[in-house]
Design a protein around this ligand. Sequence first.
Ligand code: DQA
Length: 144
Amino acid sequence: MKILVIHGPNLNLLGTREPDVYGIFTLADITASLSQVAAELECEITEMQSNSEGTLVDTIQAAKGIFHGILINPAAYTHTSVAIRDALSAVALPTVEVHLSNIHKREEFRRHSYIAPVAVGQISGFGPDSYLLGLRALINYLRQ
Ligand code: DQA
């Protein structure tokens, strides 16, 4: 089982970026935890991070036929990107959307996700555990 893990814009700054909101974990810490869970679940993960919407669209398009599912934190593009939603819709790979913070208890503009309607589900508000829970949920969904 091959899973593509996508981190959207500004997530490369985790650890120093608004630690009161996003915590002190770095992206490398999240990668290390995800690798442990992936080993436990006997799946293979490939991770990428980009600040660019076009690169994220290209990556999603290229996933078809290679990966079985996508775990994505679209970050700010969650709330703005019809292009990322359309790419996910086009490849039709089971996708789980994750967020470190609880987007539903923050500013109004963060409460809407363009991605949620094309995702299997969304996990939001558990810090780095959102990714780990998301990976477990995606693998369980794919193995049903
Ligand atoms: C985020 C929430 C988004 O609203 C924000 O733009 C991010 C991170 C999260 O993981 O909590 O960059 O996706």
